[in-house]
Design a protein around this ligand. Structure first.
Ligand code: 4NP
Length: 146
C-alpha cells in the first residue's frame, strides 16, 4: 500500500492542493503532499476561488502552501499523481537514474469520467467541475489502496 502520495499540477494553487485536500479527507492514514512543476506561486495558499469551492464541500485547504516539484520527490514518495500529461512529462523528465516511483495520471483512477486530464480551473473557471472530477479520481485511487 502506498504510504506517501504526492499530487502535482502546474502552479500548485488549484488542482493539486484540491486533490490533496479531497484525498486526505478520504484517506487520513495516507501521508499526502502537493507540488507544482512551475515556481510562480511558491509559498502561496491555494487560489481563493478554489478554496471557496472546496469549503462549500466541507474541505479546508487554507493550511496548504505551494512549493515546486523537485527530483528529490521521487525518493520521498511511493506514488506521484499528475493532473495532466504535461505535468507528467515534466515530472518524468526529472526522474533520477534508478528511481522506480510510479508517476500516474489522476484521471486513470476515474475511467468512467471520460477525461484524460484534470482541466485547469485557473483558466476554465469551472472550479466545481474540477472538484467533481477530483472527487471521482480520489475515490478510485482510494479503492486501489485497500
Ligand atoms: P494549477 O493552476 O496548475 O491547477 O495550480 C494554475 C494556476 C496558476 C497558473 C497556472 C496554473 N499560473 O500560470 O499562474
Amino acid at each position: 500500500m502506498a504510504q506517501n502520495i504526492l499530487f502535482v499540477c502546474l502552479g500548485n494553487i488549484c488542482r493539486s492542493p484540491a486533490a490533496e485536500g479531497v484525498f486526505r479527507a478520504l484517506c487520513p492514514e495516507v501521508e499526502t503532499d502537493s507540488a507544482g512543476t512551475a515556481s510562480y506561486h511558491v509559498g502561496s495558499p491555494p487560489y481563493g476561488a478554489m478554496q471557496a469551492a472546496a469549503k462549500a464541500r466541507g474541505l479546508d485547504l487554507s493550511d496548504l502552501r505551494a512549493r515546486q516539484f523537485t527530483p528529490q520527490d521521487f525518493a520521498r514518495f511511493d506514488l506521484i499523481i499528475a493532473m495532466d500529461g504535461e505535468n507528467l512529462a515534466n515530472i518524468e523528465a526529472q526522474r533520477p537514474e534508478g528511481a522506480t516511483t510510479p508517476v500516474k495520471l489522476f484521471t486513470d483512477y476515474a475511467p468512467g469520467q471520460g477525461a484524460d486530464h484534470v482541466p485547469d480551473p485557473y483558466y476554465t473557471r469551472d472550479f466545481d467541475g474540477c472538484l467533481d472530477l477530483i472527487e471521482a479520481a480520489a475515490g478510485g485511487l482510494a479503492k486501489t489502496l485497500r
